[in-house]
Design a protein around this ligand. Structure first.
Ligand SMILES: NC(=O)c1ccc[n+]([C@@H]2O[C@H](COP(=O)([O-])OP(=O)(O)OC[C@H]3O[C@@H](n4cnc5c(N)ncnc54)[C@H](OP(=O)(O)O)[C@@H]3O)[C@@H](O)[C@H]2O)c1
Length: 226
């Protein structure tokens, strides 16, 4: 009997990093189930791929618990259990005010918290859950650049969530966060005025994500700087 294809759920698949992560998993023989809120962006990723390689789920606003609840119940009905979840939903804005922090927590922490707890039912025993945090969270407070308090604190909350879920799901699901530098996305290239040499290639982030998700992987409870 043919072995079941490994399946990964990628949330936020239509962002700067998403298409590279999707390609990396498909190239390695995984089936990808991707969430998107913009059908045109998803169609661009889907291209002419066969539908068994890449399945899309249109979602509303994943910062809203109700929209997320619709998604998780749909996923539970349509898919029999993921080997991994790669949660890419997130955002960036500058600002140090409490309102900036609220806005950043809403996109970088709340959806992660909801998918994190849903992972217990969506992910198979021995599977993996990965969050993407920021290398900026490793900076000592004294050296943090001004204007990034909201963003950095929201990603620190994500780091804490990742460690807590690793403990909660110990022996069942491996949970890790990647602490990424500034990525070589279209948006970052456009925003950078001093050249793109220091941008991290998207493949250099997608490769360790794939490695951690391997069903025989052991790593859990790590905040991985790459
Ligand atoms: N880019 C970097 O330099 C960098 C550095 C460190 C960490 N990270 C983290 O890595 C992850 C991926 O980065 P990225 O550059 O791909 O980010 P991105 O381009 O901003 O994409 C984020 C994804 O999340 C989706 N999304 C955002 N808010 C949503 C909402 N309320 N409901 C549903 N979906 C929502 C976006 O959908 P749409 O496509 O429809 O907009 C997009 O697919 C993020 O968590 C980011 O914070 C990125």
């Amino acid at each position: 009997m043919a072995r079941k294809m490994k399946t990964v759920l990628v949330t936020g698949a239509t962002g700067g990093l998403g298409p590279t992560v999707v390609n990396t998993f498909i190239t390695a023989g995984w089936q990808v189930v991707a969430t998107f809120r913009n059908a045109d962006k998803f169609a661009a990723i889907q291209g002419t791929r066969p539908s068994e390689e890449l399945i899309g789920h249109h979602v509303g606003d994943l910062c809203r618990a109700n929209d997320f609840a619709h998604l998780t119940s749909r996923l539970a009905v349509r898919h029999s259990g993921f080997n991994a979840i790669v949660h890419l939903v997130g955002g960036f804005k500058t600002g140090d005010s409490p309102e900036d922090l609220d806005e950043m927590l809403e996109v970088n922490y709340l959806p992660a918290r909801i998918i994190g707890h849903a992972a217990e039912t969506l992910v198979e025993q021995g599977g993996a859950l990965i969050f993407i945090s920021s290398a900026l969270t490793k900076l000592p407070v004294i050296t943090r650049p001004f204007g990034l308090e909201g963003y950095i604190n929201s990603k620190l909350a994500l780091n804490g969530l990742s460690l807590r879920l690793a403990k909660l799901f110990a022996g069942k699901i491996r949970v890790n966060a990647i602490l990424a530098g500034i990525l070589d996305t279209v948006a970052n290239r456009a925003a950078k005025s001093d050249g793109n040499a220091s941008l991290m290639s998207l493949e250099s982030v997608a490769a360790p994500i794939l490695r951690i998700c391997h069903p025989e992987g052991q790593t859990t409870g790590h905040l991985m700087e790459i």
